[in-house]
Design a protein around this ligand. Sequence first.
Ligand code: ATP
Ligand code: MG
Length: 324
Amino acid sequence: MRVLSGIQPTGRPHWGNYFGAIAQYIALQNNEQSFYFVADLHALTTIRDAQVLRDNSHSAAVDLLALGLDPQQATLFLQSDIPEVSELTWLLMTVTQMSLLEKCHAYKDKKAKGLAADAGLFNYPVLMAADILLYDSDVVPVGADQVQHIEVTRDIAQRFNVIYGTEALTLPNGQTLDATAKVPGTDGEKMSKSYGNTIEVFEAPKKMRKKVMSIKTDSKTVEEPKDPETCPVFALYKLFAEEAQQAELAGRYRAGGMGYGDAKQAVYEAALAYFAEARERRAELEKTPDTVRDILRDGAIVARAKGQEVLERVRSACGLSAHQ
Ligand code: ATP
Ligand code: MG
């Protein structure tokens, strides 16, 4: 079973990225069939500075390794190290209907805001389909916001297979974990880099505390009983704490006499402890950039071999000349 997923190097990972996606990567990495990549080609739709992109891509790989991705178990690579993905994108575009892409939210949202979208953003779901299909992926762990794109990938793959009467492309399934599919940000909306409501995994402690303290809550007084189930502070606490600790804080919410400041302090402390080891590993990895580059290079060799095999199959199905 091939597990595959990618993360855009568009900023530092936040709690939503970690619990929605990265924690699943780690949980599913215990076989050499797991492929994880840094989606630098996707990032080109937002980053137009070569040095920034290079730095961010390296940093994203360091983040994944620090958070527990083990290159002995899983394959970690840079999307742009596999040129086959761009060729497959073109082949898939030739069977993708415009109407399908017009429905996709990244493009639709930008258009709704009256912003000019370029063709890269419009075709982003096709590149994502190629990312997945190039490696015969079966399972794609993602947050809830990506489920639509997995459906699009299945549509495109199915259409290709039907048109060419082939089974060249493997249909993938998305996988979300209900408890963590939509982590709330400091404003209670989905935590997202583009909403400016994130708390980063490797944020400096002081800054992290400030952000946690800024989480929006209702205006109940300290004395009033509070409902943990509708409170974004409690939703975040649940991610970090054991069940017994959760029950204890929930009890303090319901009893009254506890202000939101106390709950926020509990979230801050729990988050710091939760990521303490990863923070240390990250500091170590930063001292050895060459090791990280080696891991990415070795990963690309493995991923590319698989990608070339699948692309050959696809080229042959559409009547293109054989490469090999
Ligand atoms: P952007 O706003 O630029 O789209 P993002 O914050 O949504 O950024 P991505 O790089 O798009 O982050 O997402 C990486 C992975 O993290 C995806 O699998 C996505 O589903 C997941 N993810 C992102 N935000 C959340 C969230 N708030 N809760 C759960 N999963 C999330
Ligand atoms: Mg996103």
